[in-house]
Design a protein around this ligand. Structure first.
Ligand SMILES: Nc1ncnc2c1ncn2[C@@H]1O[C@H](COP(=O)(O)OP(=O)(O)OP(=O)(O)O)[C@@H](O)[C@H]1O
Length: 286
């Protein structure tokens, strides 16, 4: 999604979009043709002053894959995602969306991307409908109402069209941010803790939406500490710790690498891979 301060796409950006409620049954000219790996990150590093938050991380996400990005606090997940989305510049390496380098051509790259942060950032004076109208104009989405209608219905926001953010609950704000992010039918979607604030109905719908997007060929990165969620919806995994990649690959590959006899849960894989014991008291006893 594009927010104040970001570069804007040209009005004709999505002129050839034939939009469906959640995804990719559309045709569009892409700057570099089809990209097997919709998201490509090569040797990505980020320093904040003297501190290296992310070092030489590489991974790819292909169309239809849902990659779970997991790691302990401070692992560098948000930093990686923010570099990937062009919100902050990487210190080293490259990130490409649909084959387009985010640093070299941020507008073309962002046109194919939705970044939905955990904390929805909305415009105080725009209603739900005006948000969608505004985002549609930024991305040049023709017939945006046709696109917005099923999104709002799916998210159960139909009757909230005329409300301002201050009149929405936390979960409704999150749903509005999701609707804005998906309005231009992105080919790559980055979700940072997307379930924050959603009720059980919203959570179920969000999981179904991720699966639907994936089935329509959208590449998804899902960053979350909710390992049950990751286990349920993700096809691939990337584990970071202290700014380094510990593992990536299909869920089965990462499981095979870290799972011990008798262990079945992704949680076990996480603790083995990151080398952290399950509870602080175990550390204390050791
Ligand atoms: N703007 C910043 N300036 C300086 N250091 C930062 C900045 N943003 C993040 N960091 C540091 O970079 C490291 C990685 O932070 P990041 O937010 O990417 O981790 P994370 O994996 O998303 O963590 P969490 O799971 O807690 O959200 C941390 O040590 C953090 O303190």
């Amino acid at each position: 999604m594009i927010w104040p301060g970001d570069a804007l796409p040209s009005p004709q950006a999505a002129s050839e979009v034939n939009l469906t409620p959640f995804g990719a049954r559309y045709t569009r000219r892409h700057p570099t043709g089809s990209a097997a790996h919709m998201i490509e990150v090569q040797g990505l590093g980020k320093c904040y002053g003297d501190f290296t938050a992310v070092e030489a991380v590489s991974f790819q996400v292909a169309a239809g894959q849902i990659m779970g990005l997991v790691g302990p606090n401070g692992a560098g997940k948000t930093t990686t995602l923010r570099c990937l989305a062009g919100i902050i510049p990487a210190t080293t390496g490259h990130a490409r969306i649909g084959g387009v380098d985010i640093a070299a051509d941020p507008v073309a790259a962002k046109r194919q991307l939705a970044f939905i942060p955990d904390e929805p950032r909305l415009f105080e004076h725009l209603t739900v409908e005006q948000h969608l109208n505004f985002v549609a104009r930024l991305y040049g989405v023709a017939d945006w109402q046709q696109r917005a209608q099923p999104l709002l219905s799916e998210l159960e926001m139909d009757d909230k069209r005329r409300l301002l953010p201050s009149e929405l609950s936390r979960g409704m704000k999150q749903k509005l941010a999701i609707a804005c992010g998906l309005l231009h039918a992105p080919r790559a979607v980055i979700l940072d803790e997307p379930l924050t604030g959603l009720d059980p109905y919203g959570i179920r719908r969000m999981k179904n939406s991720m699966r639907r997007l994936s089935s329509e060929g959208v590449a998804i990165i899902l960053s979350s500490h909710l390992l049950d969620l990751v286990e349920e919806v993700c096809t691939h995994l990337l584990i970071l710790k202290d700014g380094h990649k510990l593992a990536d690959g299909s869920v089965a590959e990462v499981r095979a690498r870290y799972m011990a006899d008798g262990e079945t849960r992704l949680e076990d894989v996480f603790f083995r891979a990151t080398g952290e014991s399950e509870s602080p008291s175990e550390d204390a006893r050791a």
